[in-house]
Design a protein around this ligand. Structure first.
Ligand code: SF4
Ligand code: SF4
Length: 340
């Protein structure tokens, strides 16, 4: 069978989640095979009986209805490759861009370190190479002529800010509003926001930040110029976003907050912070206690309002005046219900 490479560099035709591999491996061999895969990549492929992934070249309206395929619909590398009309990122003039999701954590070297011995070429070929996205893309790239590499079709970041229909009753509300506009207009630490993948990443980071500001503004424990929030409260109010999976994920958010004058740190309350699957816990196992606390402090400039207290007042008023639409108004920067 012809090799099928996904937009981000995985080998779909060898992927244990795909329909293709289900056709190659007999049902009676599946359990052994999937256990072996797990030994190398850390995840066990789903049951043989499942229909299997049809790969990222299938158009959205032809994807099966199983919720698994939502990840394909949302994948920013897939959207970017479609937009640029290229088979995969190796054909792109921006490769390797900051937003491609191509991973290099399944290289032969990295897997050898992970499992504590050097894996053979045969093991790499059979169990790992299909997910060595960056390695596969580099291999394709080295075989391309310059004329086969395309410049990505650029896109622009457009922000619609609703017109204010009155004035804020309090001058500090206006200062917080201006700070929110400044955040909304920024790149949020994303390079290459002029590509589809960059813009998609910006969209999801913005979704995260707006929910995050909402949660801390409403539920945070607010002092004069500081704010603490525990992981249980964050987790209980997080939807529709997901919280970062690890400390590095939080570090990315903290680096963005510092640009806007908010200094944040993670105070870890347990030595069992991670689940066996490698995700950060919200609560200490078998207790209702938070696994970590975020401690934030504002810069001297924000202390003049003071930012956290005023944000809390604005959001509380928005909740009172906009009811169920309060969060949606907040993320659209629509504060008209609290104007005079
Ligand atoms: S899960 Fe990814 S690599 Fe596997 S078949 Fe689907 S698109 Fe391809
Ligand atoms: S801009 Fe990045 S994600 Fe988009 S096609 Fe190019 S390398 Fe891939």
């Amino acid at each position: 069978m012809e090799q099928i490479i996904s937009r981000c560099g995985n080998i779909c035709s060898e992927c244990p989640w795909s329909i293709y591999v289900r056709k190659k491996i007999l049902k009676e061999d599946w359990e052994d095979y999937s256990e072996q895969v797990k030994n190398y990549i850390g995840f066990k492929p789903v049951k043989y009986e499942w229909e299997g992934c049809v790969g990222c070249f299938t158009p959205n309206d032809e994807l099966p209805t199983h919720p698994f395929f939502n990840f394909l619909k949302k994948c920013r590398t897939r959207k970017c490759g479609q937009h640029n009309e290229i088979p995969n990122c190796a054909y792109c003039g921006r490769f390797p861009c900051a937003n491609t999701v191509a991973r290099n954590d399944f290289s032969k070297e990295k897997i050898s370190v992970k499992i504590g011995r050097e894996i053979s070429d045969a093991e790499y070929e059979q169990y790992t190479k299909m997910f060595d996205a960056m390695g596969n893309l580099n291999e394709i790239r080295s075989s391309l002529k310059d004329t086969q590499i395309k410049k990505p079709k650029l896109v622009s970041h457009q922000l619609e800010i609703p017109k204010l229909t009155g004035v804020f009753k309090n001058a500090n509300f206006k200062l917080v509003y201006d700070k929110l506009i400044e955040i909304a207009k920024s790149n949020l630490g994303i390079k290459g926001i002029d590509t589809v993948s960059g813009l998609e990443q910006h969209k999801s980071r913005k979704e995260f930040l707006w929910r995050f500001l909402w949660i801390i503004g409403i539920f945070g424990d607010i002092g004069e110029n500081d704010l603490n929030i525990d992981s249980g409260t964050l987790y209980d109010n997080r939807k529709p976003i997901s919280l970062p999976n690890n400390e590095d994920g939080w570090k990315i958010i903290f680096d963005i907050l510092i640009e806007f004058g908010i200094n944040a740190e993670l105070v870890i309350k347990t030595d069992k912070l991670y689940t066996p699957g490698g995700y950060m816990r919200a609560k200490i196992p078998k207790t209702n206690e938070p696994a970590y606390i975020l401690k934030m402090k504002t810069s001297s400039k924000l202390q003049k309002y003071p930012f956290f207290k005023v944000l809390n007042k604005m959001l509380s008023e928005l909740q009172k005046n906009s009811g169920k639409r309060a969060f949606s108004n907040f993320k659209k920067l629509n504060f008209n219900s609290i104007l005079e």
